[in-house]
Structure formats: C-alpha cells, structure tokens
Ligand binder design. Structure first.
Ligand SMILES: Nc1ncnc2c1ncn2[C@@H]1O[C@H](COP(=O)(O)OP(=O)(O)OP(=O)(O)O)[C@@H](O)[C@H]1O
Ligand SMILES: Nc1ccn([C@H]2C[C@H](O)[C@@H](COP(=O)(O)O)O2)c(=O)n1
Length: 229
C-alpha cells in the first residue's frame, strides 16, 4: 500500500448500506468512490432499451461489448453514463431492478465490467472505495481493507421502504421479498457470486445507525494505514 493510497472493498447483500457507507467513507478520507451495481444496472438498462431478451444469456453476451459505460468517482457527485447519456435515474427503475440479476450473471458481462472496474480503481492515485458483491473476492482481491456488510431482511426492507416512502405493510413485505429474491439470485450464480472474502471484516448493521457504520469503517481503514507506516 502506497503511503497516501488505500483501496477499500465493501460488499454485501442489497440494502445493507454499501452505497451510503462507501460515499460517506470516501468523502471523509478524500478517496474516490465506485458504485459497481450502477454499472450492472447501466448494462441492464441498455439491454432493455435495445430490445435484448435479458433472460437469454447468449443474446446478452453477444452484444454486451456495445454500450460505453462510464462512471464518475467523486463521492459527492458520482455519475453514470451510457454512450455519453446520464442514466442515473432510469437505472433505478423497477424494470431494471427486476432484470439486473439475470444480466449480471452472464460471464461475458462480468468479464467486461470487471475489467472496467479494475481500470477505474487503478486510475485513482489517492485510493478508492469500491462497493458491490464480488469486489473483495474477485475484482480487487488485493484490496487493503475488505468489509462485508450485513443486516436482517426486516431492517433492509424497512430502510428501502423508507427511502421509497412505502408505508403499507403489504408493500413493505413485497420489498422484503424482492430483496431476498435478488440476494438468492446474486449469491447462487456460478460466476463470481455475492460472497464474503475470507479476509473481510463482517459488520452487521441491523442495530447500527449509518453514522456508526461509517465510523467503524473509517476506524478500520485508519488502523490499516497506521500498520503500514
Ligand atoms: N445503518 C443504517 N441505518 C439506517 N438506514 C441505513 C443504514 N445504512 C443505510 N441506510 C439506508 O438504507 C437505504 C439503503 O442503503 P444503500 O442504498 O446504501 O444500500 P446498498 O447496500 O447500497 O443497497 P443496494 O445494494 O440495493 O444498492 C438507504 O435509504 C440508506 O439511507
Ligand atoms: N459487484 C457487483 C455489483 C452488483 N452486481 C449486480 C447484482 C445486484 O443485484 C445488481 C444491482 O446492484 P445494486 O445497485 O443493488 O448494488 O448488480 C453484481 O453482480 N456485482
């Protein structure tokens, strides 16, 4: 690890707080920030916009080198574009959320996006926080600090429902089901599934505030930097 540079990998299931935590940690420590889920969502958005059958892995694999996906790494204003167009809104649609696990399971998609992620991380001289599902295991196995965030499905559904301003019990239950279904798909695919790296620190955020999680991760990064000096 270079004196002033640190690479932090934050993985975990949906809604555990990876993006919020990573952005806040990167801002506190003046590091770059990369939301790798946004890249898989951008690929999925492009497939849907171009009429590709997202449940046909061969069809997805045949065209996955076509969209030009670019990510801006400022944690205070991260960006995601496809062929130069801002897709930060459309990639959060329910259609994209429902299709993203199928598209991200295609090995050719993962190979392309993994290469992009490694290139972005290498271009951040001061260091970066990269969050996703396979960062500690596959994308950046030599990361200086690896964190695996977890939280109960109930806590995650409550957080996501609050974000979406969903209040009805049936809708909260449907949100919980959708989260669990996506986790199952993401952790059972054969290529680079959602998994905790053996050397990652697991942080259960169920009973923690976002500020407490951020403090915990910042402390782990600072301890790691001190050990290197
Ligand atoms: N520790 C926490 N306590 C309460 N709310 C939290 C906590 N961490 C995150 N949140 C909230 O939970 C929601 C989901 O967080 P976030 O988007 O960061 O999760 P994520 O793991 O990146 O999700 P996904 O993988 O689906 O993108 C957000 O509204 C966020 O503000
Ligand atoms: N490193 C990653 C990041 C994300 N994915 C896939 C699986 C997720 O369901 C989807 C969307 O991610 P989110 O925006 O919810 O963080 O993208 C992946 O396979 N690998």
């Amino acid at each position: 690890m270079a004196e002033s540079s640190v690479v932090v990998a934050i993985d975990g299931p949906s809604g555990t707080g990876k993006s919020s935590t990573s952005k806040a940690v990167a801002t506190r420590l003046s590091l770059g920030f990369l939301d790798t889920g946004a890249q898989y969502r951008a690929m999925t958005w492009w497939m849907l916009a171009n009429g590709v059958d997202v449940n046909d892995p061969a069809a997805v694999a045949a065209v996955c080198d076509k969209p030009l996906i670019a990510s801006g790494t400022d944690p205070k204003a991260p960006t995601i574009t496809v062929d130069g167009a801002d897709v930060s809104g459309p990639i959060r649609s329910s259609e994209v959320t429902a299709a993203v696990s199928a598209v991200s399971a295609v090995p050719e998609v993962r190979a392309r996006i993994t290469a992009l992620q490694r290139a972005i991380a290498a271009e951040e001289p001061g260091g970066i926080v990269v969050e996703g599902r396979d960062i500690g295991t596959t994308v950046l196995p030599a990361a200086d600090v690896k964190i695996f965030l977890t939280a109960s499905p109930e806590a995650r559904a409550a957080r996501r429902s609050a974000e979406l301003r969903v209040k009805a019990a049936a809708e909260v239950a449907a949100t919980r089901e959708a989260l669990v279904k996506r986790d199952t798909a993401d952790s059972t695919r054969s290529t680079s599934p959602l998994a905790k790296a053996d050397d990652a620190v697991e942080v259960d955020t169920t009973e923690l505030t976002l500020a407490q999680v951020v403090e915990c991760v910042v402390t782990l990064v600072e301890e790691r930097k001190r050990r290197e000096r």
